[in-house]
Ligand binder design. Structure first.
Ligand code: ATR
Length: 284
């Protein structure tokens, strides 16, 4: 006899705007794979609204969990009754659980990013080498904190606006801030290069970066996924480096959120990746 799963409540991604989000596609795939009738919805909340009141309305309407995206991750943090250590460290929440009227916040962005790297290189040699991070926005914060937890010995950070990079220097041990224009030289000897800026995204200028100085077998990761094959990743591939595209973080942070709500880590299957690629009008 096959047992039906315990019915879940509703799930959502909260943002403003939020209709472009691929999270419903990803989570509804996993809900269907588990035989759940629950749906994961796009849920806009106007930044002018009282955010905590809007969340309590969601709990009353039967939601058991939600992801949070731009521009609400910091407002979500402020609205929680309880937060995880990862969320506390970042001052930002991307995963909410509604539990008996209480709002519990977590942040899976950093660990999702690491999981994306581990899928590509399970030997994890990059953990023992210097890493160069480009950018100092919300994604960079989560990634830097995660690299610190992973024990990366030298986290080199550059950002167009240097002061924003300097404001992140307490996120992990061994962060070294450099100048944006020195990025090619700072890549020398790194086993990991990560672009968290919007450069390379459709409609934005490409990221000009010389990757030749990276260590042999270095990982090059771009969190941009529109387009999937950014100019940076094309250059890295041509140079023989290992590439981790933007779907790695997107899928793995989602899987960690799904596990928080259901207790089960869902599979990131080739079929799911194929559905996402088709939705993005991209190919591997
Ligand atoms: P997210 O939260 O997704 O990380 P964000 O907070 O908007 O996004 O950050 C965007 C990043 O891209 C920033 O590091 C930004 O640099 P500044 O802090 O100097 O604004 C970077 N960025 C955007 N356009 C850029 C450009 N033309 N050249 C260099 N960096 C750029």
């Amino acid at each position: 006899m096959t047992l039906s799963p315990q019915p879940l409540g509703r799930l959502a991604i909260i943002g403003w705007p939020v209709s472009h989000s691929r999270s419903p596609l990803i989570h509804n795939y996993w809900l269907a794979a588990q035989g759940q009738s629950a749906r994961y919805e796009a849920y806009p909340i106007d930044p002018q609204d009282d955010f905590r009141a809007a969340l309590l309305d969601m709990a009353a309407a039967g939601f058991i969990g939600a992801n949070v995206t731009v521009p609400h991750k910091e407002a979500a943090f402020a609205a929680m009754d309880e937060v995880s250590a990862a969320a506390q460290n970042l001052g930002a929440v991307n995963t909410i659980s509604f539990q008996n009227g209480r709002l519990i916040g977590d942040n899976t962005d950093g660990d999702g990013f690491l999981a994306g790297l581990q899928t590509v290189t399970p030997n994890q040699d990059w953990q023992k080498t210097p890493a160069l991070i480009l950018g100092a926005g919300g994604a960079a914060r989560a990634i830097i904190a995660a690299l610190g937890r992973a024990g990366v010995p030298d986290i080199r950070l550059v950002n167009r606006t240097r002061a924003k990079a300097e404001a992140l220097s307490d996120l992990a041990a061994h962060i070294n801030i450099g100048d944006w224009q020195d990025r090619d030289g700072l890549a020398e000897g790194c086993g990991l290069l990560i672009n968290t800026t919007s450069l390379g995204m459709a409609g934005q200028p490409p990221l000009n970066m010389v990757v030749q100085g990276l260590q042999k077998n270095a990982l090059v990761s771009d969190i941009v996924y529109t387009p999937l094959h950014t100019p940076l990743l094309r250059a890295a591939q041509a140079g023989g480096f290992i590439c981790v595209d933007g779907l790695g973080m997107l899928l793995n942070q989602a899987a960690l959120s799904f596990e928080i709500w259901t207790g089960t880590r869902p599979d990131i299957t080739p079929e799911l990746r194929g559905l996402l690629l088709a939705d993005l009008d991209e190919k591997d």
